[in-house]
Design a binder for this molecule. Sequence first.
Ligand SMILES: Nc1nc2c(c(=O)[nH]1)N[C@H]1C(S)=C(S)[C@@H](COP(=O)(O)OP(=O)(O)OC[C@H]3O[C@@H](n4cnc5c(N)ncnc54)[C@H](O)[C@@H]3O)O[C@H]1N2
Ligand code: MOO
Ligand SMILES: [Mg+2]
Length: 423
Amino acid sequence: MLTARKAISIGEAIEKIMGDVCTGVAERVPLMEASGRYLAQDIRANQDVPAFDRSLYDGFAIRAKDTINANQMKLVLIEIVGHIGAGAVFQGEVSDNQAVRIMTGAEMPKCCDAVIMLEHVKELMVDGKSYISIDKQIAENEKVFKKGAEITEGSQLVKKGERISPGIIGLLATFGYSEVLVGAKPKVGVLATGSELLDVEEPLAPGKIRNSNSYMLMAQIEQLGATPVFLGKLEDDLEQSFNAVEQALEKVDVLITTGGVSVGDFDYLPEIYELLGAQVLFNKLAMRPGSVTTVAKVKNQFLFGLSGNPSASFIGFELFVRPVLRTLLGNKQPYLNTHKAILTENFLVPNNFTQLIRAKVKVEGTDIFAFSNGLNMSNSITSLVGADSLVLLPPSKCGYEKGSLVDILLLSEEGQSECFFLT
Ligand SMILES: Nc1nc2c(c(=O)[nH]1)N[C@H]1C(S)=C(S)[C@@H](COP(=O)(O)OP(=O)(O)OC[C@H]3O[C@@H](n4cnc5c(N)ncnc54)[C@H](O)[C@@H]3O)O[C@H]1N2
Ligand code: MOO
Ligand SMILES: [Mg+2]
């Protein structure tokens, strides 16, 4: 006898899941491996940038006051007393009406306070000495990047939780971080269930299909920044499946199963949760696809029981697994970004459940249009190809007309800190 399942809303489900999820452990990684990870430390400037006054151009470091009277009618002659490139420091003295030939990025010699570009002077020799002639007044600090002009020591630069972009890598290198503290990657196991499943390299056989969900989920986990662990597939056999799940839980931080969570004769996940003594947070959702998505916990460990249907499995991951993994990784913006969009076709079927339509958006001027991306069924795989968003159609008696303004979730790597379903 089947026990009726109580469907809860997406918001309630997220609340139950996210209630006690905290940032995972941090680890120190070499800078070369930090790209795309999440900072587990604030980054403060440990020095000024630049750390010394630098020339912004190839030219001559001069004393601005020597040019006060310079104009096209009255050239000022300045003696060249040195020559430096970036990385070198001029050790000599620079007196009145003297200059040092200097290249971009080199430290300004003491006593010099401006740079005039190579193109803006004439070079000449007088009595065997090198000079430049200048025909205009140069202001103090002209073409000089002053110490601390960009960043002053002690300033807060990047906050903990930020995704390490190439720009942040550059910043970390600037400050000498050869290693950086980042959120450790949780190990996420993927276990497929179903006697109909073939490995990807196997030829089709009667009644069989290939296990596509595991590969798709592995890619979703990888894209999110966590470590996917491929755990293969299981026959529909309760004892074997229970043992496999129990063992899998020891190997990984988070376990995802796909298939076997509904009410079918060979859907063993509900029994497995019971045998494990797991706390089932929910096993029915008022959404489609993905209504059978089940989330359970064994002590503090999450077991995500995603549907076997490919689109349902994909969406279950994006809505429920994503925020958990992103939080464990230390990302402070774990939820999918949301936007408003204009529906480009009718969805006039009444529905008690929120529908999530795989879609592609197109921006025209200030408007965003959402186009349905193929077969709108739970078992569809093609609708996921090229989908960049999910249109949300909340329960409705008459459906939604073309032209309606609807909410969409963007399937991009950018996230947001607030959950659309909890606001
Ligand atoms: N009497 C009812 N039947 C069904 C219900 C229900 O409430 N009452 N729910 C339906 C809904 S909704 C969905 S979604 C599916 C979910 O089924 P399961 O999560 O139990 O998954 P399976 O039965 O194992 O498989 C469903 C479907 O997906 C295919 N599949 C499974 N694993 C994979 C994989 N790794 N790669 C690709 N495709 C996979 C499987 O062959 C089935 O076609 O249940 C409805 N039934
Ligand atoms: O769980 Mo199902 O995806 O609503 O078809
Ligand atoms: Mg089933």
